[in-house]
Ligand binder design. Structure first.
Ligand SMILES: *Cc1c(COP(=O)(O)O)cnc(C)c1O
Length: 464
């Protein structure tokens, strides 16, 4: 399988090359040059497979012969053996044809584990084969950091540096990152906000001359294609359990960087019958305004109870726009230079495709808490605030007589107890493997909000 940049300005790459990088050199994101297609009968034949076996079927065509089948099988099996539920991604019934797909049974309690457990093992496999070492540098507003650290800490060929905004992540989120052991694991608390962290990371990727000579930077946020790839699997898994592919299923997805919902879009393009795809946003609603009204104007960032969706501009949206613009890289490059600034809409015929593909809704904090309380009263289920936004968006947009609606529950409620207590419920308990989290020793370094402070730190701490 070959990959190309959404901005059309650089040569095609193979899976391994795409895995070991971040953005394409032209500033675009890598996407496969073509998507594998699965027939209904082929999908139906997978209905008795375990989660790992299903994952192997779906991701193999994207990797081709670059990793031998048996090695890939072991990487995937080891990854999902870290989850503490036999179904890996269990489906719970909430109401009439209404379901919740629980994606928080991995080591760090958010759906990020689905991709980052695999990504860490893939990196170690490929780097060992190439006898190469790399530096992972990433910025996190919370969930990505802990999942990346947990996924990569066993990798001998990786040093991992995660930036988080000092004093601006929740206690559970900070503890989950700063208590990860390992002499290749570094947490940097930057004296700034999340955007400052992201800006520093972006500048570091653009000029990597600070690194020891034989190193390069690898991205672990969802600009890395392998992240998206692993998230396609659970759409198939949920559908198969609800009578798919014979009948279509709808999905509602709490959305920040548009990675998770983009994976659902790809599943649909690969042949999985999906009816509605619902983009669920919080008050930071640029995607909802664009999908419902062709309005892509960037507003001020609002802080909400669902911080993993507090994002102004979603990086993966460019991957989808590449299709909307008929895979014309030059047109995408031109649009991205101005989109959200002096250009806030796209031509009507193109936008019509967007509004036909997605439904959307925006849910504020007050409503989020109401939904957490009412779902608990109805069913005894405690939703985390991101998942509650998904359930509410599903209820607002579901068509009459529509397909079964599955909301992706993206995090465990114990990660976001502020919203749960604001909804009037008791603070949820951490699962057993994290019960002693608050007694564990923390390690992190506070650094100035400054590129050189970060690159100096990386240069001196990367293992020789
Ligand atoms: C990352 C995250 C999201 C947003 O996912 P995207 O792929 O960025 O759209 C939603 N909820 C939770 C809990 C997350 O950690």
């Amino acid at each position: 399988m070959k990959y190309q940049s959404t901005r059309g300005g650089c040569p095609e790459q193979n899976f391994e090359q795409v895995l070991l990088t971040g953005l394409a050199p032209d500033g675009g994101l890598y996407v496969p040059t073509e998507l594998p297609q699965f027939s209904k009968s082929e999908i139906a034949s997978w209905c008795d497979l375990s989660y790992s076996e299903l994952a192997l079927k779906i991701v193999t065509p994207f990797i081709g012969d670059e990793i031998p089948a048996e090695d890939l099988r072991k990487i995937i099996e080891d990854s999902y053996a870290q989850f503490d539920h036999v179904d890996v991604a269990p489906l719970e019934k909430l109401g009439d044809e209404e379901y919740v797909l629980e994606l928080f049974h991995g080591p760090t309690l958010a759906f990020k584990d689905f991709a980052l457990q695999v990504l860490g093992r893939l990196l170690e496999y490929v780097l060992r084969k190439r006898d190469q070492r790399v530096v992972i540098l990433g910025a996190t507003s919370g969930d990505t950091g802990s999942a990346a650290l947990e996924g990569c800490r066993h990798s001998d060929h990786v040093d991992i540096f995660i930036l988080h905004p000092h004093n601006r992540v929740s206690d559970v989120q900070r503890k989950q990152m700063t208590t990860v052991p390992g002499d290749n694991v570094f947490n940097l608390a930057v004296e700034g906000n999340f955007d400052d962290c992201q800006r520093i990371v972006k500048s570091a990727f653009a000029d990597q001359s600070f690194l020891p000579e034989d190193r390069q930077l690898v991205a672990v946020n969802s600009i890395n294609w392998a992240r998206i790839l692993m998230q396609i699997v659970y759409y198939f898994s949920a559908s198969l359990r609800l009578g798919g592919p014979e009948r279509a299923v709808s999905f509602s997805v709490p959305t920040g960087n548009f990675g998770d919902i983009y994976a659902g879009y790809l599943a649909k393009k690969m042949g999985l019958p999906i009816d509605q795809l619902v983009v669920a946003t919080n008050k930071n609603d640029i995607l909802h305004r664009f999908i419902s009204n062709n309005d892509y104007s960037v507003s001020e960032l609002a802080k909400t109870y669902s911080p993993s969706m507090d994002i102004l501009v979603s990086s993966n949206f460019e991957r989808y726009l590449f299709d909307v613009f008929d895979r014309d890289g030059a047109a995408v490059a031109d649009l991205m230079a101005r989109f959200g600034k002096d250009v806030c809409s796209i031509p009507d015929d193109k936008w019509a495709r967007v509004s036909a593909m997605f439904d959307s809704a925006s849910v504020d904090d007050e409503k989020t808490c109401e939904v957490i309380a009412s779902v608990y009263a109805e069913s005894g289920m405690v939703l985390d605030p991101h998942s509650a936004i998904g359930v509410e968006a599903a209820r607002q947009t579901r068509r009459d007589q529509g397909a079964p609606m599955v909301t992706l529950a993206t995090a465990h409620p114990a990660k976001f107890s502020e919203a749960i207590t604001a909804a009037g419920l008791a603070s949820p308990k951490l699962p057993p493997h994290l019960a002693d989290l608050f007694e564990r020793e923390e390690r992190f370094s506070v650094v100035a909000n400054d590129l050189a402070a970060v690159t100096d730190f990386v240069a001196t701490h990367a293992r020789r």
